[in-house]
Design a protein around this ligand. Structure first.
Ligand code: GSH
Length: 208
């Protein structure tokens, strides 16, 4: 049995969406961010010492890190969501999975953190310039890659989309970016039309 410890408005949507796509039975255990600090509740620390989400329990083993969870779940339950392990596309696939939690997350988070600073009355000038440059570089790279494509790899849904979807969706929404990265906007609309993604979002929103 799979258990997902899911924090609202977080990277954990990658795993909730993936579980909906896979169709294996799972238990969803929800946690809500603190309204003031936006941090996870202390109860998540009882599951994993870092107190962050996503965390899954798989046959009694506790597993953290969204990229690792995506790879493990796909290997065990949905190998069709990965390219053939001996193909060239498999290296593209791994590159996009890890790009999503490293290169792509960093400029997104830098800009969000600076947005918090500005809201509290300070402006970190260096951070703000650095975040802007890096953000434009990384998001232009993603936008160029998506030209003429609906998905990241093999032009079909793979684990890499579960990873990057959260970053581009979160970044464009939170930073209110419109008409700047048209291929990313099209990619997001395409993801939003996938039934498993819609079910995941509904499960996050519904209170049961
Ligand atoms: N690299 C980890 C990052 C996990 C992480 O930072 N999760 C955030 C949610 S997006 C979290 O739990 N934040 C709440 C907190 O730190 O209190 C992963 O990919 O799973």
């Amino acid at each position: 049995m799979i258990k997902l410890h899911h924090l609202n408005d977080s990277r954990s949507i990658r795993i909730l969406w993936l579980l909906e796509e896979i169709g294996e039975p799972y238990e969803l255990i929800k946690y809500n961010r603190d309204e003031k600090t936006h941090l996870a509740p202390a109860s998540l620390k009882a599951i994993h010492p870092l107190g962050k989400s996503p965390v899954i329990e798989l046959n009694g083993q506790i597993i953290a890190e969204s990229g690792a969870i995506v790879e493990i779940l796909i290997n065990r339950f949905a190998p069709h969501l990965a390219p053939n392990a001996l193909s060239e596309e498999y290296t593209d696939y791994l590159e996009w999975i890890h790009f999503s939690e490293s290169s792509a997350m960093l400029p997104f988070l830098l800009k969000v953190f600076n947005q918090y600073e500005i809201q509290s009355g300070t402006d970190l000038k260096f951070l703000s310039d650095y975040a802007e440059t890096e953000f434009n570089k990384i998001f232009s790279y993603i936008n160029n890659h998506l030209k003429g494509r609906n998905f990241l790899v093999e032009d079909r849904l793979t684990g890499a989309d579960f990873m990057l979807g959260f970053v581009v969706h979160g970044a464009l929404n939170r930073l209110k970016i419109v008409n700047k990265f048209p291929n990313i906007e099209r990619y997001i609309s395409n993801i939003e039309s996938i039934h498993s993604y819609q079910r995941a979002i509904n499960k996050e929103r519904n209170s049961e």
